[in-house]
Design a protein. Structure first.
Length: 327
């Protein structure tokens, strides 16, 4: 029997779409002769991520994110962890490339694949711009967004064979909804995201006060957590919206599935996406979807084809879109 090849995924350990992609890939068991391992990196390791790895018998390690002055030490720990896992293939779903490239220097046969999950609207996109310059050191670059894919091809014609376009996917066997939702007095809209400055959850909250829908019984449920959570709570108090908006925190597995089932409308209000896992999950759950008319959503939500609905990032257009689905 052939020995399994070690494959290491390096991924941010907090809430985000990249971790969902890794878990879906492991769940799919598309490649059975590969021993998949995960090296998490970030401020914390979520308990649900640990639970997933224990249940799937996946070897995993965690490195806590350090401040800038401790980066050199962090790179050393990264290298030691990679060496311990002894991978033949490394999938980088984060920005931690330095330790990987050092490992490849001493192990030239190792294949390194960079997967770009970062939308151009993100404050971290400058890191992607820097990493693009190291394409010649990677064995493959995977874009999950068509615009990013076309840009990479136009700027790196020498390395065209290294650039691939693979869209995100979700487990449609798990994210399926056979139940018919009972009509409720409250019309519930929801969004799942990391609560940071790349998402427009404040726009959704403000839209609730628009004259077109202000007097309708609409509640907004926000699933997730992030660095802007405390500021958003203060915003809700200041705008007197605290009774119309619920902060659910991080939801996983059955709790996340049940949350999607409770929605009448899913809203992805964003400054830009690569390819939203949450939108795909909502669609798979047969929840109507509307999203901002921005890169990463306009490529598969389409008003003319009636696949979801796009809105411009202003209160008037969003309120009209919500009203359309209520009526």
């Amino acid at each position: 029997m052939d020995k399994k090849i070690n494959c290491l995924h390096i991924v941010y350990s907090d809430l985000g779409g990249a971790s969902n992609v890794v878990f879906s890939l492991i769940d799919s068991q598309l490649i059975r002769n590969i021993n998949q391992q995960i090296l998490f990196f970030g401020p914390q390791l979520l308990n649900n991520y640990k639970k997933f790895c224990f249940n799937k018998k996946i070897n995993f390690n965690f490195i806590k994110k350090q401040k800038f002055l401790k980066n050199v030490k962090s790179i050393y720990f990264f290298y030691k962890k990679i060496k311990f896992n002894n991978p033949k293939i490394i999938f980088i779903h984060d920005f931690s490339i330095i330790a990987c490239l050092i490992y490849k220097l001493f192990n030239p046969s190792v294949k390194i694949v960079f997967v770009n999950h970062t939308p151009s609207a993100s404050s971290n996109f400058w890191k992607v711009k820097i990493i693009r310059n190291f394409l010649f050191l990677f064995d493959a670059w995977i874009s999950i967004n068509k615009i990013d894919f076309d840009y990479m091809k136009s700027k790196n014609k020498i390395f065209l064979k290294k650039i691939f376009y693979i869209e995100n996917g979700v487990n449609i066997n798990f994210f399926s909804n056979q139940k018919i939702k009972k009509k409720e007095k409250v019309f519930k809209i929801g969004m799942a995201c990391r609560i940071d400055n790349t998402k427009e959850y404040k726009l959704i909250a403000r839209a609730l006060n628009h004259k077109k829908i202000k007097n309708l019984n609409i509640k907004f449920s926000l699933c997730g957590s992030g660095s802007d959570q405390a500021n958003f709570k203060k915003f809700l108090l200041d705008e007197k919206l605290i009774n119309r908006v619920t902060l659910e925190g991080n939801l996983f597995d059955e709790k996340l599935k049940n949350w999607f089932s409770s929605l009448d409308l899913y809203v992805q209000a964003s400054k830009g996406e690569q390819m939203s896992i949450s939108v795909l999950q909502a669609m798979s759950m047969r929840v109507p979807v509307i999203g901002s008319n921005v890169n990463g959503l306009d490529n598969f939500l389409n008003n003319k084809k009636k696949i979801g609905r796009l809105f411009n990032n202003n209160i008037q257009d969003l309120a009209s879109s919500i009203f359309f689905f209520i009526k």
